[in-house]
Design a protein around this ligand. Structure first.
Ligand code: NAD
Ligand code: GLY
Length: 357
């Protein structure tokens, strides 16, 4: 078992990491928040796997528990399901001293977090992430949101949880596609700030998922510590937190051009990191050999390396339509070398030739 703190003054919170910790959810909740009622929100894939254990743990700590199971998938991160969640919290008589638990991946975490931030102007919030992506990224840092028909994450808040409970055992039931989704983000942390994580991934990658799972506690600790460090310095995403977007500018453009129905997010991030690093190495911004090293790891992790057949101008336009972008200058994340990055202001000409890499 280990614990990482996200240091945010009065709103600091712990992230507990350890195999089997799901069975300690009740004890941790009681210790952090006392004898309260707890509303557990999950999806219909996660419920049959882990809901009963979560409820049993909470009840054995003497806490009153109610549960809501929503459909799985990104479509659930919407205003209709948020309204359904508010009704459930009203019917369950959740008060400001009570807590909402998100048991699931990033979809459940983001939706439930937004409900927790806004219901009664804020109730307690506990994250129990069960996907690799949610464990290393979305459950830490307080970004909560739902999508609108006009785009992803357009209604949201910054709302930090009371604590996060990460049980790596839950990853054993993930499909390979969602495992790979999370791995894209794991590689990203190694690239932007943690060369020892990158080396650890290089060591394990030839052994596939089993070898990575054998070292998963260590891998999670590296990633979560990296995220906690960034969030502590830039909670509101005005500077440093942007470095977490390495590979994401190209990834979002690819996802937009495919209308979110082709390549998966983690794979798009891997492709974005690959293309970006080739491009910046050619421009002399990145140390020679970096792109080869990154590509070798991505290949071993079965990440796609070929850009789908897009027109370059369409792809570049999609990058410049990103919601975080205003004006003509786009700030992208560039590696100096593996384990070190910087923010680089660019314009559209920077990406010319990227489809020929
Ligand atoms: P997800 O929540 O849809 O989970 C992926 C799939 O895995 C779902 O079908 C789910 O039912 C299933 N699942 C979850 N845990 C499982 C388990 N242990 N075993 C078997 N199946 C399991 O997707 P995700 O990839 O976890 O998260 C994606 C979402 O996260 C997106 O909406 C994205 O915008 C958001 N996100 C948020 C942040 C943030 O900082 N808040 C960061 C990155 C991504
Ligand atoms: N996933 C990016 C962030 O939390 O800022």
């Amino acid at each position: 078992m280990s614990m990482i703190t996200v240091p945010l003054g009065e709103r600091s919170y712990p992230i507990h990491i350890g195999s089997g910790l799901l069975d300690c959810l009740g004890a941790h909740t009681l210790e952090a928040l006392g004898e309260i009622s707890v509303a557990v929100v999950t999806d219909d894939n996660v419920a049959p796997l882990y809901l009963q254990r979560a409820v049993a743990s909470l009840e054995s700590a003497g806490l009153h528990v109610c549960t809501l199971t929503l459909p799985h998938g990104e479509q659930t991160k919407c205003l209709d399901q948020l309204a359904k969640l508010y009704s459930f919290l009203c019917e369950s008589r959740i008060t400001r001293r009570d807590a909402v638990v998100a048991l699931g991946g990033g979809v459940i975490g983001d939706l439930t977090g937004l409900a927790a931030a806004t219901f009664l102007r804020g109730v307690h919030f506990i994250q129990v992430p069960t996907t690799l992506l949610a464990q290393v990224d979305s459950s830490v840092g307080g970004k909560v949101a739902v999508d609108l028909p006009q785009g992803k994450n357009l209604v949201g808040a910054f709302y930090q949880p009371d604590f996060v409970l990460v049980d790596p055992n839950t990853l054993t039931t993930l499909t390979d596609e969602y495992w790979r989704d999370g791995l894209g983000e794991v590689v990203k942390y190694g690239c932007i700030g943690d060369s020892s994580l990158f080396a650890l991934l290089e060591e394990c990658a030839p052994g596939g998922r089993a070898a990575l799972m054998a070292r998963i506690d260590e891998i999670l600790q590296h990633c979560i510590q990296a995220k906690a460090d960034v969030v502590a310095q830039d909670e509101r995403d005005t500077g440093l937190r942007m470095t977490l977007n390495f590979g994401h500018t190209i990834a979002h453009a690819v996802e937009t051009c495919q209308h979110y129905s082709g390549i998966r997010h983690g794979e798009a991030v891997a492709l974005g990191m690959h293309l970006m690093t080739r491009l910046t190495e050619q421009k002399g911004l990145t140390a020679p050999g970096t792109a080869d090293r990154l590509d070798a790891l991505l290949r071993q992790l079965d990440m796609p390396m070929e850009l789908p057949d897009f027109d370059e101008e369409t792809l570049i336009s999609a990058m410049f339509m990103d919601k975080k972008f205003s004006g003509k200058v786009l700030r992208v994340i560039v590696l100096n070398k593996i384990g070190q990055c910087f923010i680089h202001p660019t314009d559209a000409t920077f990406f010319h030739g990227m489809t020929n890499i």
